[in-house]
Design a binder for this molecule. Structure first.
Ligand SMILES: C[S@@+](CC[C@H](N)C(=O)[O-])C[C@H]1O[C@@H](n2cnc3c(N)ncnc32)[C@H](O)[C@@H]1O
Length: 209
């Protein structure tokens, strides 16, 4: 009952004013619930301007406990940088207008992320790292929960999931968005040794074996 009330509080108070992005209400609530209930530490890969980041951080704040939360994004800061990383001009994307204001502002999209956290008083809960997570020095760091938003097609899954699995503790939870087709799910399961998993509204949640 208590948890259900908290979910409705998130739905009514925070969901309507989340930063723009692609997460559905169900997906947002799942991330909020994990932030609240999972012990952490948390890692997010692919924060963009913070829609998912805010959900996890609101959940952590609602838990009343300290839980470490690291969020990583390329923080693209120009159309040239976009093309260099993704291999295609942003101008050709039909929804380019969603991206342009953030990548063309001084400092690029990471500044929009920081601003969105600051205006919601969540910035002290999130350690923002800018860059390609595959090139970062992680040492022996591992996380109990990882939210991965860099798995939109089989190629991205194959390129990104092995490195992400290395960063996940045994028994830890992997959440991946945009698992839209049986082929994407199969590629994910080929790279993620997992005890149990479920997929709802394109969101995969599985526990590392
Ligand atoms: C779909 S968006 C994330 C949306 C966000 N989670 C939300 O809720 O609105 C994917 C993000 O992943 C980032 N990204 C892609 N590859 C990356 C990599 N190798 N390392 C870090 N970030 C990456 C991109 O910069 C982009 O901002």
């Amino acid at each position: 009952m208590f948890n259900r009330l908290r979910k409705y509080a998130f739905r009514a108070r925070y969901y309507p004013s989340l930063p723009e992005g692609w997460l559905s209400k169900y997906q947002a609530e799942e991330l909020y619930r994990m932030g609240r209930e999972n012990p952490g530490p948390f890692l997010e890969i692919g924060s963009w301007i913070g829609r998912s980041t805010c959900c996890i951080a609101y959940g952590i704040r609602a838990s009343g406990k300290y839980k470490r939360f690291v969020s990583v994004d390329l923080g693209i800061a120009s159309e040239d940088e976009w093309q260099a990383f993704f291999g295609q001009p942003l101008a050709k994307k039909p929804n380019k207008d969603l991206y342009l204001p953030h990548i063309n502002r001084p400092g690029g999209s990471i500044e929009s992320l920081k601003e969105n956290l600051r205006t919601r008083k969540l910035d002290h809960l999130v350690e923002v790292r800018k860059g390609d997570f595959r090139k970062m020095e992680w040492g022996s760091e591992q996380f109990e929960t990882i939210f991965c938003d860099v798995s939109h097609n089989p190629r991205e899954v194959a390129a990104n999931i092995p490195g992400i699995v290395d960063l996940l503790q045994p028994g830890g939870t992997l959440v991946a968005d945009d698992i839209r087709t049986p082929e994407i799910l199969k590629t994910l399961l080929d790279h993620f040794p997992c005890k149990e998993h479920r997929v709802k509204e394109q969101m995969f949640i599985g526990r590392k074996a």
